[in-house]
Design a protein around this ligand. Structure first.
Ligand SMILES: [Zn+2]
Length: 181
């Protein structure tokens, strides 16, 4: 799932499709010269995102133009923006590797790699895990087992548009897919 701007990816990450609200928390990590690091902190004011990594590196990104500048320290190779909802049972999104392109000082490869959420209807409960980059959908029938095990075999199917406006219809579709492939 590709976005033109970091702002679009940010908005997508914040929005929980289950709660239908802007209620996901965002976590930023980076691939640096010292390996994979969680960011110490970040600030997002209007369209400016300021990320602190390894205590000394501060990167400022204009989320509308995707242009970045390094305010101090060194620029990491890339960052990952992940989000998770703390209001509902389970709802997450993970970005692709967002790269700092040193030739034009722009963030590139702005895309969501995968998301994951649980859909309930009456006693039915399904884990839905679209992988946009691989174009597949992983489905797990949770009413048949405990919380997502992510154990094999996981059932992968071609990705389709997930319509959450009618959960009854969606769950019927998921059950049909799981039964008949
Ligand atoms: Zn939620």
């Amino acid at each position: 799932m590709i976005f033109n701007t970091l702002q679009e990816l940010w908005s997508y990450s914040l929005y929980c499709p289950i709660c239908k609200d802007v209620c996901r928390d965002i976590y930023i990590s980076a691939d640096t010269t010292q390996g994979y690091q969680e960011s110490e902190k970040y600030e997002k004011q209007d369209h400016t995102l300021k990320i602190t990594i390894l205590k000394t590196s501060i990167i400022k990104i204009n989320c509308l133009t995707n242009k970045y500048e390094c305010e101090s320290g060194s620029t990491p190779n890339s960052i990952f923006i992940d989000s998770s909802c703390n209001k509902c049972e389970y709802s997450t999104a993970n970005s692709c590797e967002l790269c700092f392109n040193t030739s034009n000082n722009e963030v590139s490869n702005i895309a969501i790699d995968s998301s994951c959420f649980i859909v309930n209807y009456k006693k039915e409960e399904f884990l839905i895990n679209p992988h946009y980059t691989r174009n597949v959908l992983i489905i797990d029938d949770l009413s048949k087992q405990s919380f997502p095990q992510f154990e094999f075999p996981l059932f992968e199917f071609p990705l389709f548009d997930i319509d959450l406006s009618n959960k009854k219809k969606l769950i019927h579709k998921l059950k049909t897919i799981l039964t008949f492939g």
